[in-house]
Design a protein around this ligand. Structure first.
Ligand SMILES: [Mg+2]
Length: 244
């Protein structure tokens, strides 16, 4: 193996917790009186608006989270599911809670990324909002990654395998020499496998688990289960194994 290609959202930033769950936990912690179904509808409505909107390329993670939560709360307020008082600081409180949790998760990743960086070329390949490089600088992980591929910057989004082709070209690595690691089976694992990459599925708190997981060479439940020994075992992997 020569390269390790990570997804960012739900992978490096939360260690396998889907962002819908991360946000929902914060809504609950702050006592927002809505059901999980009502929240998930708000999340589903807000994400396409976020992707279609404009995020300042130098914008950091806290501002990005505030934009996401503001769109969710707009939906909930329009349906009178939350207080419509414009002075409410619910957006600030929820975004800050998520931001602080990501900070703790990322700082826990620094030793792992440093170890892998010594042995492999590392890359990020993510459906993001155009500011992933700025977010990586803010989180002090930018120096580990030779390539940071942000879908909004190149106009190609997962699950299009072309986004991984671009990453491989930037790294100068052939598909069999790269492992792709992500929390989304459909967006990360399936397209990467279709190109001939090795795959590790980060199987955390996801929305659904497909019946057929055969595109995943390994499954892990935390990035802290990653090691160069596990990555090198991929060279001889012919059947799917599960590592917990
Ligand atoms: Mg993800």
């Amino acid at each position: 193996m020569k390269a390790v290609i990570f997804d960012f959202g739900g992978t490096v930033d939360t260690d396998g917790v889907h962002w819908s769950k991360k946000f929902w936990d914060a809504y609950q912690r702050h006592g927002v009186p809505i059901t999980e179904n009502e929240f998930e509808e708000a999340y589903r409505r807000a994400e396409p608006l976020m992707s279609a909107g404009i995020v300042e390329q130098r914008s950091g993670l806290l501002n990005t989270l505030k934009q996401q939560v503001a769109l969710q709360v707009d939906y909930l307020r329009a349906r009178k599911l939350v207080d419509s008082n414009p002075s409410s600081d619910i957006v600030q409180r929820i975004a800050t809670t998520c931001y602080e949790e990501v900070g703790r998760t990322i700082s826990g990743m620094w030793p792992l990324l440093a170890d892998l960086h010594r042995e492999y070329l590392l890359a990020l390949t993510s459906n993001f909002y155009g500011n992933l490089e700025a977010v990586c600088r803010e989180l002090m992980i930018d120096s580990y990654f030779t390539a940071v591929i942000d879908s909004a910057c190149i106009g190609v989004w997962k699950p299009d395998p072309a986004i991984f082709c671009i990453t491989l070209q930037r790294l100068g690595v052939r598909p069999p020499d790269a492992v792709v690691i992500g929390d989304s089976y459909d967006r990360d694992i399936v397209p990467a496998k279709s190109l001939g990459c090795k795959t590790i599925w980060l199987c955390g708190r996801s929305w659904h688990t497909p019946d057929d997981c055969s595109a995943a060479d390994y499954q892990i439940t935390s990035l802290h289960h990653l090691s160069s020994q596990l990555i090198e075992r991929l060279n001889s992997t012919t059947t799917r194994e599960r590592t917990k």
